[in-house]
Write a new protein. Structure first.
Length: 295
């Protein structure tokens, strides 16, 4: 099956990044969000990020112009999915929301359309079961920021057909990504390992072992991580990290997955990281700054 048209559902950080990737890879792409303001913000952010890549010499102006011409923005889900051969769902990390989205997509999309979920931890088998053709469903877990990160984790639901995997693998390759394939298990491979590291780093801040900046610097310089676990938590969103930790703690048990009190407190205070301007760092247009550093 040859994919030519892709729809992305959800105009947040991940959705808009995946949509930009698809358009850059040559696919006619539709980005949908029910919130008109979120959709307008996604359009502006995509244009700004792509234009920034030209200024940095990563892409040509012609390449960006062509990608933007292939990218459409739609508040109506049926309109966005009208020609889609692959729909990538990137809504909030909530199982019932994802299941209801897959049910709608199953009703709106053609019989050959493949449905992919960008979930980072939720059971793809349960999400796939909500669609009327679960054998054409798969997990495509992109990483933040999608334009820069090289990995796509392909998650095989119990129902996923071999042809569905083949198509998802080819789409990721055309987007310039490397893939790993994992069976549907709580946290898959990446979130299960990454969350443990992030939560332990939060506990270290909580107990005064070191500052967030020094913990991150230790992992970046000592273990060659491109981004420390606390900066990454800010980038992903503390609310997202909390939701994943709660899910893994319910599914797997174990104290390593129990969300630290500090994480819960910051989320309650609305300090969600990069998207709110403050988490373990303070964020502005120039990037993260350690707490206490003058802005």
């Amino acid at each position: 099956m040859q994919i030519r048209n892709i729809a992305v559902v959800g105009g947040g950080t991940m959705g808009r990044g995946i949509a930009a990737l698809a358009a850059l890879a040559g696919y006619k792409t539709a980005l949908h969000d029910v919130d008109a303001q979120a959709l307008a913000a996604a359009r502006q952010r995509i244009q700004r990020e792509l234009e920034e890549s030209v200024r940095k010499g990563k892409r040509s102006a012609d390449e960006i112009d062509a990608a933007l011409a292939r990218l459409g923005f739609h508040a109506d889900l049926e309109e966005a999915c009208a020609d889609a051969e692959l729909v990538i769902e990137a809504v909030y990390e909530d199982l019932e929301l994802k299941r209801s989205t897959f049910t709608k997509l199953g009703e709106l999309c053609g019989p050959d359309c493949i449905l992919a979920s960008n979930t980072s931890s939720l059971p793809v088998t349960a999400i796939a079961a909500a669609a009327d053709r679960p054998e054409r469903a798969i997990g495509m877990h992109f990483f933040n920021p999608p334009l820069a990160m090289k990995l796509v984790e392909l998650v095989l639901a119990v129902q996923t057909a071999p042809e569905t995997l083949k198509v998802a693998r080819e789409v990721a390759r055309r987007m310039g990504k490397e893939t790993v394939e994992v069976r549907d298990a709580p946290g898959f491979a990446t979130s299960r390992l990454g969350v443990v590291l992030g939560l332990e780093a939060i506990r270290m801040v909580e107990s005064g072992v070191a500052s967030a900046a020094d913990i991150d610097r230790a992992m970046e310089l000592g273990y060659r991580h491109p981004m420390g676990p606390l900066k990454l938590t800010d980038y992903v969103g503390l609310d997202v990290r909390l939701a994943i930790a709660e899910h893994l703690h319910r599914e797997l048990g174990g104290e390593q997955y129990r969300p630290p009190a500090l994480l819960r407190a910051l989320v309650r205070a609305g300090k969600l990281g990069r998207k709110s301007g403050e988490g373990f760092y303070r964020w502005d247009a120039e990037g993260p700054k350690p707490k206490g550093e003058s802005r």
